[in-house]
Design a protein around this ligand. Structure first.
Ligand code: 2HG
Ligand code: ZN
Length: 452
């Protein structure tokens, strides 16, 4: 290893090869704090050509690498497992000028979502994907994991926003496709393949991204409901509004937890079991069409509406503060599943029971993105590692039995690798393995992530 470190120092400069344990520490875990292991070193290349040098140098030495963006992942996908070199892309922060003619922008993999938003919003444009980790998560990681978030019902997942990619393959060669042509039928869609590949096929270094119009008039409604079935039915009708942009679910116990952690006031005088947060956005004020639709919705027991920015963010805080509020109570088992929308209410109904059966006394907090049938299952207080594993098995088998997915948006990582077979058949897994072997025959990139 020491010869390798010297070569990496020669390539990047000693200040960008971190070997000191204190300097490495923050790169050796993710937002769950559930997984940590030691890296041989953390390297911080500055651009595509330095990434290529790092990959070539490590590959020549047979040294596996873990690729890291903002470190906000939740599935042990960007954490070393056994002495890998962590390749942090945080210095790849170039933000090109917005191409307003095409409504596209080229960015470095290390640009944060918030920095991208700050660059494009003053021009009346926006990025179609948004979620609570925006200040820390990076575009490279978002594309590598095909992140979802809160605007998917309107604009689609991250893969949909990718118009081109530059990436370093496992042997250090560079593929670059950044012209951003919306129509380009010249063979395999490599950017589409790399999106969601979780760093196992190549290191994404630059991205050509599609932008959407920044819709200035917005209204948020927080609705109190008696059941998840009612929430699903309200969302079915809200979809008739072209302005609908988000439809998020949380429950009474999640609200209590968030209020305890944030100090936010109760949104309603009475207590309710289920809450739906809906946002509409348009060029002109969508409040009236939203209110008109809600007046006809008998299931809505109570509602708070906000169209000014502070009022909207106060309502969003109830939903977005779930992750940090849960983390404040302990290290949860985090699962991120999807079921077909007609079965969402059944899933919410059955999940706490299957968890309690294998981890008595544990607390199950459920919230998520209604329209995609996407539920975040956070379980606090499982007594030991065996119980945590039993929780994972129970939840993911229930979800598979409902024709769902074991990962709706966070990805597989190492955390859910053993469960991949619940969502993908043997032929599909073999096809994925063939692609991995073709592009990374020696297993240099993110070993152990995604594939068994
Ligand atoms: C969200 O929707 C994220 O806020 C995180 O996907 C979910 O912490 C979680 O479980
Ligand atoms: Zn989510």
């Amino acid at each position: 290893v020491s010869g390798l470190l010297e070569r990496l120092q020669a390539v990047l400069g000693p200040e960008h090869v971190l070997v000191d344990p204190d300097l490495r520490a923050s790169y050796e875990t993710d937002w769950t704090r559930r997984w940590t292991a030691t890296a041989s070193a953390v390297v911080r290349p500055a651009d595509t050509s330095e990434v290529a040098d790092v990959v070539r140098t490590c590959a020549a030495a047979g040294q596996p690498m873990v690729i890291r963006g903002g470190g906000t992942g939740l599935v042990n996908g960007s954490v070393p497992a056994a002495g890998e070199v962590v390749v942090s892309l945080e210095r790849l922060r170039t933000l090109d000028a917005v191409d307003e003619v095409s409504a596209q922008i080229t960015v470095g993999a290390g640009v944060t979502l918030a920095a991208l938003q700050a660059q494009v919003r003053p021009l009346g444009l926006d990025f179609g994907v948004d979620f609570a980790a925006r200040d820390s998560c990076t575009l490279g990681g978002m594309v590598a994991t095909n992140a979802g978030g809160e605007r998917v019902l309107r604009w689609g997942v991250t893969r949909t926003q990718v118009a081109g990619i530059e990436a370093v393959l496992a042997d250090g060669t560079v593929i670059s496709r950044l012209a951003g042509l919306p129509k380009d039928n010249t063979g395999y869609d490599l950017p589409g393949l790399l999106a969601g590949s979780e760093g196992t096929l190549a290191v994404i270094t630059r991205l050509r991204l599609r932008l959407v119009p920044r819709l200035p008039a917005r209204v948020v409604a927080l609705l109190a409901l008696e059941s998840v079935a009612a929430a699903v039915d309200v969302v079915r009708r809200l979809r008739s509004l072209a302005s609908l942009e988000a439809a998020e679910l949380f429950l009474a116990d999640g609200l209590t937890l968030v209020r305890r952690h944030t100090g936010s006031p109760a949104p309603f005088v009475a207590t309710y079991p289920v809450f739906l947060l809906a946002e509409c956005a348009a060029r002109t004020d969508p409040s009236e069409e939203l209110l008109e639709l809600l007046e006809g919705a008998a299931e809505v027991a109570d509602a708070v509406i906000a169209s000014d920015a502070p009022g909207r963010s106060a309502l969003w805080r109830y939903r977005e503060a779930h992750t940090e509020s849960i983390n404040a109570e302990g290290v949860p088992v985090k699962l991120d599943v999807a079921v077909p929308l007609p079965r969402l209410a059944e899933a919410v109904d059955r999940l706490p029971g299957v968890v309690a059966a294998v981890a008595p006394g544990a607390r199950t907090v459920l919230f998520g993105h209604v329209n995609e049938g996407n539920l975040h299952v956070n379980v606090l207080g499982a007594p030991d590692a065996a119980a945590e594993h039993a929780v994972e098995v129970a939840v993911l088998e229930l979800v598979a039995g409902l024709d769902g997915s074991i990962s709706a948006e966070h990805g597989v990582g190492r955390a859910k690798r053993e469960f991949l077979r619940l969502s993908r058949g043997p032929a599909e897994i073999a096809a994925m393995q063939a692609i991995k072997s073709a592009l990374d025959p020696n297993g240099m990139l993110n070993p152990g992530v995604l594939l068994p």
